[in-house]
Design a protein around this ligand. Structure first.
Ligand code: PLP
Length: 416
């Protein structure tokens, strides 16, 4: 098994080709061509360390957590709770304030139903932004329907940055909650969440940050951000699918009622009434994705050993290279030119439908996402029905970006 021992070395001191070899899937071929995986914003590929952690759990330790006193049961519980501690440390949080969930969608619904639903009244405001993923829109619509709260939307500048004047103007009146993404999955825009959450807090507004696209690309410190809730998903940060978390301020977790009821989330059950467990277990009803969480623990160890600063530097270099390469293609339009941008490029090519382009690129072994990226309101604002999106991880190479550019140029001529 190859290990990563880079710590917090600079990006240039890391042998990225060797790190690429940590990902077994990158050795496969697609349609007879070497796989070029440019869809990490959709889901991340898994390094051997993560695959082996999941495999080792099922081979040697498999048992349910927090129930059995036998050896396997205590090993499983220890591994699961230890992973929680490491995942919490990765975002500079206390493990008691980290609810393990199946991912961002679950985490945001947990905030919507356990925090917002009991508190919001008719006429209260919920502020969202134009660049939200459906996972950070639909739960709030459902809550608004049930409470009579009103949704307001903060708009964007032409470069695809949040229009902070518009946002701050909307954080007024009866607004009780702001839900916004840290990084846009379509535009790549990195929002200044610390400044925004500070402003929200100053106005007595609770902030909910969707960190799905931030954690894979940069160091995240929830204490420094100063939000009330931070949601994330494990599979985009090299971990298994069906994992993720919700960090919340301890006072919120203590005050919130459970979201789902069942085993694990109780201290005592009588037919006359039930005493709930303390947070975070109060929000973790039923058998969790134990192997997945252990795999996510291995993923944060892997990321932490490389160092998020080095990963960010490496990905920014790839982003700059790809932006220059793609922008040189006639008829190609890039959506999102934020000053602070993660390694995600959405684009459209004149005369070529995004799905046709992605399908034909797949024949070249190149995986890019096409479609609306679960962001209908943003795509409507961009005035397109679909885009292609190339998203990068530290294991990608400049040669792969050249292959993408060459592929698009070839197909553009074919499709035009
Ligand atoms: N929010 C953003 C910004 C995303 O990119 C995604 C996934 O694409 C989600 C939320 C939903 O994540 P999940 O499907 O893992 O719950």
């Amino acid at each position: 098994m190859s290990t990563v021992r880079a710590g917090n070395r600079s990006a240039s001191a890391i042998d990225w080709a060797a790190r690429r070899a940590d990902f077994p899937i990158l050795n496969r071929q697609v349609h007879g061509k070497p796989l070029i995986y440019l869809d990490s914003a959709n889901t991340g590929q898994k390094p051997r360390a993560v695959i082996e952690a999941v495999d080792a759990f099922y081979r040697r330790h498999n048992a349910n957590v927090s129930r059995a006193v036998h050896t396997l049961g205590s090993e499983a519980t220890h591994a699961y709770e230890d992973a929680r501690k490491r995942i919490a440390r990765f975002i500079n949080a206390r493990s008691d304030d980290l609810v393990l969930t199946s991912g961002t969608t679950f985490s945001l619904n947990l905030v919507a139903y356990s925090y917002a639903l009991p508190r919001l009244k008719p006429g209260d405001g919920i502020v969202l932004t134009r660049m939200e993923h459906h996972a950070n829109i639909v739960p709030w619509q459902l809550i608004a329907e049930r409470t009579g709260a009103v949704i307001k939307v903060a708009e964007l500048t032409p470069a695809g940055e949040l229009d902070l004047d518009d946002l701050y103007a909307k954080l007024s009146g009866e607004v009780k909650l702001l839900a916004l993404t840290h990084v846009s999955n379509v535009l790549g825009t990195v929002n200044p969440v610390a400044a925004i959450c500070r402003e929200a807090r100053r106005r007595g507004i609770v902030s909910v940050v969707d960190g799905s696209q931030a954690l894979p690309h940069q160091a995240v410190d929830v204490a420094a951000i100063g939000c009330d809730f931070y949601a994330f998903t494990g599979h985009k940060m090299l971990g298994p699918t069906g994992t993720g978390g919700l960090w919340a301020r301890a006072e919120h977790l203590a005050a919130m009622p459970p979201f789902l009821g069942g085993g694990e989330m109780i201290k005592e059950v009588r037919f006359e009434g039930t005493v709930f467990n303390d947070a975070p277990h109060k929000f973790e009803a039923g058998t969790p994705n134990i192997a997945g969480v252990i795999g996510l623990g291995a993923a944060v160890d892997y990321l932490g050993a490389l160092g998020m600063a080095a990963i960010q530097t490496r990905e920014q270099a790839l982003l700059a290279y790809a932006t220059t390469r793609l922008a040189a293609i006639p008829g190609l339009r890039i959506f999102g030119n934020a000053r602070d941008k993660a390694a995600v490029i959405s684009f459209a090519v004149d005369g070529a439908h995004a799905h046709d382009l992605a399908t034909l690129l797949d024949l070249e072994g190149i995986a890019v996402r096409s479609g609306q990226h679960c962001a209908h309101p943003l795509l409507a604002w961009l005035g397109v029905s679909a885009t292609c999106r190339a998203s990068f991880a530290f294991f990608n190479t400049e040669a792969e970006i050249d292959a993408l550019g060459d592929g698009i140029e070839k197909l553009r001529k074919l499709l035009a």
